[in-house]
Design a protein around this ligand. Structure first.
Ligand SMILES: Nc1ncnc2c1ncn2[C@@H]1O[C@H](COP(=O)(O)OP(=O)(O)OP(=O)(O)O)[C@@H](O)[C@H]1O
Length: 828
């Protein structure tokens, strides 16, 4: 299995028009590509739209899953946090007079699993329970791992609407008690969504609940206590799963070998504005020099506002949102640190570090079968294609040869693989801000305003869930499967939160909703609301399907093709150089005489080739071999990264080590003053605005290598012949002729390489312009139509006006006549 990664980030979107969703059972695989409908558009991969991140949108109505299966696509679990000392100090609790509730015959037992059960037979003395947190009883009991009931001792805290009911028992997929751990919750409730996501299904995990109920603790965990939250556990799990895919039996291995490309984004919705938590600002790009040590809140620039919009063809998109390509958990953790530090947090009367925004961390996985027939992995280099074999300094020529000879086998095997469908899935991990009452939090001013925005968006989420559950219930009643999108209006557009979550709630994702509740009796009413929300969400029926893209519009494929093209170019250049300068023994001999054994230009050329080979290897190294074990939470950064996966990469090389590797390859050639400025891209990158960055940093990477290729050619052209440099007379005509030929050839190579680079660049430009033109012409047509309609309206209005004027005149005349008549009559 391979793992395809990149060192640059990209803003990048793929419109659903280019997608098709293939309904398949969870266990079954998608139909073969041949049965897939043709792509809506096709173009070179390099001309991908780079300006927006597409939120996977609900698929078009398609054949429905059986209702039972649809229900299983949404899992709801409850988590009760432990009682905190602050619970007794919360304003709501403080507001209510301490009630002397006495225990009678029911005692509680907290099991090691966190389950809290009543022990009915126990004789318990009567003690007040609301006189302090330590003496408080939890307001909730979990008689079974799936049920939750309110502690009968806290009935007086129940709202009037629920008070009449004898015992409200809620049932969920799983209820976690106060002693439960993040890891346990992850393993039992979330891991399945993540597993499915690696298999190609979209997935979403939400933490929902009132403020101070433990959502952030669940999703983010506590670094201080080394207690990872769901997000980190999911990230680690995804990488582990990708690695482990190869550890199956050889037969399965053959079927399952896939390469993956992962990218992440992180946003927050604060006061109904979307902010990019990973946006680089003021040279503070997370990719350059940012590490967890300098992530003090006050050192970080604020996040950047981005825009959400929805088009009929492209679905929900976030324009300007940054996506980072990641190669190992460590990469993701660094980004998470950046985002978490930027997220808006404030102190309220209920929570000293209350999230003031909803956050959405999103991981997109592109994957495809890495070979068809497995030929890509067969060969002499431990089963790897020659181009992926490890190299040493002494094997420059053989490396280049490897690249050359590997070409045919790669293009053969990739020829089919590149054309194969690319599977795209996303995992959204959402930490919602908590609902809060002004009375309970005691918020004023900014905090109060934030609270209003939070409540409003959560209210809309509640409406959406309510509507969806109604639709599902009706469909079930009619024993129909739900067809999406439903015809009824669902108020997704009423808040940014629901617009963003639309694909997860009304789309085709597998969802896990974690409802966090507080154990404090003062919060019983809010907890009931949360449980009701969870119960409703549980009834939603949801499709889950794998999305596969048949055309070229994926980052994965675009990357692959560019690498192949680069290798081809290098191979051509090298072959030509060998033909001219190295392969005629007589010339070689003569040159040796002239140079007296000093390094010849051939050797220098070989050095250049080595630089190129290293550079290409760096690109190639973006294709990582997985399959080896990664030690838990310990991702070792390797200084030099071998691209041979069979040489046991015990871990994923981090983006930083890849960067360093590439830099080394670049620096190896830094002596020349006429060098193509290969660092420009990086400089521009760190200073560029997100919009500028949109223009394909990935391609920049590839073009950089192309630039290096050009540079080597140029150097060869400019370089005086080695014999001259050596102070020996370049007498023989033959040698001059050879030199001349060499120069001519190099010129041709340069021209051809540049042309190819230009052509690919121009092609992408052309495509963009064409698209723009299309949009403009559509707009113009609409405008013209509108103009014609307006002109017609205008003409009609003129006619009406003329008519009205005539009528007025006639009226005036009639009035005058009447006036005259009246005057006459009066005279008489
Ligand atoms: N399972 C748990 N174990 C220990 N402490 C917890 C647990 N869950 C929550 N807490 C603690 O409870 C407090 C509130 O948790 P947290 O900030 O995660 O709540 P929240 O629901 O995210 O609140 P808000 O919506 O205001 O951001 C924190 O001090 C946190 O450490």
């Amino acid at each position: 299995m391979q793992f395809l990664v990149g060192r640059c980030r990209s803003l990048y979107g793929i419109g659903p028009s280019l997608f098709f969703s293939v309904f398949i059972n969870d266990e079954r695989m998608a139909p073969p590509p041949s049965s897939l409908p043709p792509p809506a558009r096709s173009s070179r991969a390099t001309s991908l739209p780079l300006e927006s991140v597409v939120i996977p949108s609900p698929s078009k109505p398609h054949k429905a899953q059986p209702a039972e299966q649809q229900k299983n696509n949404i899992k709801v679990c409850i988590r009760i946090r432990p009682l905190l000392p602050s619970d007794s100090l919360a304003p709501a609790a403080a507001d209510s007079p301490p009630k002397r509730v006495t225990r009678s015959t029911v005692a509680l037992r907290t099991h090691t699993s966190g389950l809290v059960t009543p022990v009915r037979s126990a004789a318990v003395s009567k003690v007040p329970v609301n006189s302090g947190a330590s003496q408080q009883e939890p307001a909730w009991l979990c008689p079974t791992p799936q049920t939750i009931i309110q502690n009968p001792h806290t009935k007086e805290y129940t709202s009037r609407s629920d008070a009449g009911k004898s015992e409200i028992c809620y049932t969920f997929d799983r209820v976690y008690g106060p002693a439960s751990t993040n890891e346990e919750l992850y393993r039992e409730s979330v891991a399945d969504v993540v597993k499915n996501c690696v298999a190609g299904f979209h997935g979403s995990v939400f933490a929902y609940g009132q403020t101070n109920s433990g959502k952030t603790h669940t999703m983010t965990g506590s670094r201080r206590n080394k207690d990872d939250g769901v997000i980190r556990l999911a990230v680690e799990d995804i990488f582990r799963q990708i690695q482990n895919i190869n550890t199956n039996s050889p037969e399965q291995q053959h079927q399952q070998q896939r390469e993956y490309l992962l990218r992440v984004s992180y946003l927050e919705i604060y006061n109904e504005q979307i902010y990019d938590l990973l946006a680089p600002q003021n040279n503070c790009n997370p990719r350059f020099g940012m590490n967890s040590n300098n992530l003090q809140h006050h050192h970080l620039p604020p996040s950047t506002a981005v825009r959400i919009f929805e088009s009929r063809t492209e679905g929900v998109q976030v324009r300007g949102l940054r996506e980072e390509i990641v190669t190992c958990p460590q990469d993701v953790y660094e980004l998470l640190d950046v985002g978490d530090a930027r997220r808006k947090v404030g102190s309220t009367g209920m929570n000293t570090s209350s999230s003031r925004s909803h956050s959405v961390f999103r991981l997109v996985l592109e994957s495809r079968a890495s070979s068809s027939g497995g030929s890509i992995h067969k060969g002499s280099n431990n089963g790897m294609p020659p181009s992926l074999a490890p190299s040493s300094n002494s094997s420059v020529a053989s490396d280049a040869d490897s690249i050359a000879s590997g070409r045919s086998s790669i293009t053969q095997s990739l020829g089919t693989a590149i054309k194969g469908p690319v599977r795209i899935s996303s995992l959204s991990l959402v930490d919602l801000a908590g609902s809060e009452s002004v009375k309970a939090t005691g918020s004023t001013g900014v905090r109060q305003k934030e609270g209003q925005y939070i409540n409003k968006s959560l209210l809309t989420l509640g409406h959406v869930v309510h509507k969806l559950s109604e639709i599902s219930a009706r469909a079930e009643k009619e024993s129909n499967s739900v067809l999406l999108p439903p015809k009824e209006h669902i108020p997704y557009r009423d808040s940014k939160l629901t617009r963003l979550l639309q694909p997860s709630l009304g789309g085709n994702a597998k969802v896990c909703i974690i409802c966090n509740i507080s154990p404090a009796s003062a919060n019983v009413e809010e907890s009931h609301n949360t449980l009701k929300f969870g119960s409703r969400a549980k009834t939603i029926q949801q499709h889950a399907s794998i999305t596969e893209v048949a055309d070229e519009k994926t980052l994965l494929r675009s990357y692959r093709e560019e690498i192949e093209e680069l290798k081809r170019q290098l191979n051509e250049a090298r072959k030509a150089a060998v033909e001219v300068s190295g392969h005629t023994p007589a010339i070689k001999e003569h040159k040796e005489q002239l140079t007296g054994g000093a390094p010849s230009s051939d050797e220098e050329d070989q050095d250049d080739t080595h630089v190129l080979v290293s550079a290409i290897r760096n690109l190639e190294s973006l294709i990582l071999k997985a399959g080896a074990k990664s030690s838990k939470k310990t991702i070792i950064e390797k200084d030099s990264f071998s691209v041979d996966g069979m040489e046991a990469e015990d871990t994923f090389p981090s983006r930083r080590s890849l960067d360093a590797d590439l830099k080394r390859a670049e620096n190896a050639d830094s002596g020349s003053s006429d060098s193509v400025d290969i660092t420009d891209g990086a400089k521009n990158y760190s200073n560029a605005s997100p919009e500028e960055d949109d223009q394909g940093d990935l391609l920049e990477e590839l073009h950089r290598i192309q630039g290096m290729l050009g540079k080597v050619m140029k150097k060869r052209k400019d370089k005086p012949s080695s014999s001259t440099a050596n102070g020996k007379k370049p007498t023989p005509d033959r040698d001059e002729e050879v030199e001349k030929l060499r120069i001519q050839l190099q010129e041709q190579e340069i021209t051809s390489t540049m042309r190819k680079a230009d052509s690919s660049f121009l092609q992408s430009q052309l495509y963009e312009k064409e698209n723009l033109l299309k949009e403009v012409s559509v707009f113009l047509v609409a405008l013209e139509k509108r103009q014609r309609a307006l002109e017609q309206e205008n003409a009609q209005l003129k006619e009406d006006l003329a008519l009205a004027n005539t009528l007025i005149k006639e009226g005036d005349k009639a009035r005058e006549e009447l006036t005259e008549k009246l005057a006459k009559a009066q005279q008489h």
